[in-house]
Design a protein around this ligand. Structure first.
Ligand code: NAD
Length: 365
């Protein structure tokens, strides 16, 4: 089959769905890869690197399978021929109308967000690969905005204490943030409503903050807290947050707006010059004072809510994403490189959000 790598058009999106090393692997499996001119430019990959890896430069939108990073815009959907397969981040839970649009356009679409978090599909887990980038970059941003050092310094002018860093939500992004804060010399502490992550938090050299509120939901993800649990959590967190120089928040509940974990009172209780980096801005934010996509100063605390951090590291973010996409493609190719998805396969079935012009389920899982 032919796989098309298109140029991303959403503002600020610098990633590309396949990189030359991964193209080479696919062409070795009898797949023809067509790259839209300039598709890799924002990730600093010139067209010649793709052609050197066996791809051709041309009309990638007419390929059998179009691979993308960001959800397609209306104009991009209009560029897809009926019967085309699309793979990418499609935000099916946040934007079901866009999925309906793909269905109307008779596109068969696979949303990488819906790939189940099972061991067999780990190599395809784009949520994790990109969350790693976001968690890492969030700490660098916090260190940049913070008025204090991260590491303990012993100098001729005396000793400086290390920064204390609290990470709320210890999923993939949170664990990477904890590990990065530790490497920078900070003193990280992690918190989550899933008690089983305490061990993972400790394994990256961080402390575990136990607030006694647990909320494990479907598929191992967090569930929404009850009113009572939320009130208890906020009281306990308000008390704890004031003792940290930096707070990084990553708490998400699938299909819901992000929970508020850092109230205005908690910000007021922080030392002047402290920093909050809120990675949940896309779904409303974990801090009550967050302005998604902006950095604001409130009560002498800097509150930053960057959107799409993975796009700020397009080289490695694209490389990791490309490996995820290739693993998913390989699952659906036969020995001769022909497109042969098995819709009964657990991973294929879960990721497929529209098929042959009709949504696979009335409601996205
Ligand atoms: P996510 O991005 O959905 O959420 C981030 C974190 O926020 C989660 O750890 C969640 O528990 C936490 N959270 C939600 N509400 C909270 C609240 N009110 N207070 C504090 N924390 C809150 O999570 P993710 O990083 O995508 O990981 C989700 C799940 O997937 C986890 O169970 C993870 O272990 C699992 N996972 C499995 C695999 C695999 O086995 N292949 C790979 C990656 C992730």
């Amino acid at each position: 089959c032919t796989v098309g790598v298109v140029r991303e058009t959403r503002p600020g999106e610098r990633r590309v769905a396949l990189v030359p090393t991964v193209v080479e692997k696919l062409t070795g499996r009898h797949v023809r890869v067509v790259v839209e001119p300039g598709a890799g430019i924002a990730a600093l990959i010139p067209d010649e690197h793709y052609t050197a890896s066996g791809a051709s430069i041309g009309d990638a939108w007419s390929a059998d399978v179009v691979v993308k990073v960001a959800p397609p815009t209306a104009r991009e959907v209009a560029s897809l021929n009926p019967g085309t397969t699309l793979i990418g981040f499609l935000n099916p839970r946040g934007d079901p109308e866009a999925v309906a649009g793909l269905s109307t356009a008779e596109v068969t679409a696979f949303a990488v967000e819906e790939i189940p978090r099972i061991s067999r599909a780990q190599s395809m887990d784009a949520l994790s690969s990109q969350a790693n980038v976001a968690g890492y970059k969030a700490v660098l941003l916090a260190a940049w905005e913070c008025t204090r050092f991260f590491p303990m310094l012993t100098t001729a002018a005396g000793t400086v204490k290390p920064a204390t860093v609290l990470v709320l939500g210890a999923g993939v992004a949170g664990l990477q943030a904890l590990a990065t804060a530790k490497r920078l010399g900070g003193r990280p502490t992690g918190y989550d409503v899933r008690p089983e992550v305490a061990e993972q938090v400790r394994s990256v050299g961080a402390r575990w903050l136990d607030l006694g509120v647990e909320a494990v939901g479907e598929g191992g993800y967090a569930r929404e807290l009850t009113e009572d649990e939320r009130a208890r959590q906020q009281t306990e967190l308000e008390r704890a947050i004031g003792t940290f120089d930096v707070v990084i928040t990553t708490a998400l509940v699938p299909g819901r707006t992000a929970p508020t974990l850092v109230t205005e009172d908690a910000v007021r209780g922080m030392k002047p010059g402290s920093v909050v980096v809120d990675l949940a801005g896309e779904t409303g934010g974990n801090c009550a004072l967050t302005q998604p996509g902006q950095t604001v100063v409130r009560h002498d605390v800097t509150i930053s809510s960057p959107l799409n951090l993975p796009a700020t590291m397009p080289e490695h973010a694209s490389e990791l994403y490309a490996r995820n996409v290739a693993a998913l493609l390989e699952l659906m190719l036969d020995e001769q490189g022909r497109w042969a998805p098995d819709f009964d396969d657990e991973v294929v079935a879960a990721a497929c959000v529209t098929r042959s012009g009709s949504a696979t389920t009335g409601e996205v899982r």
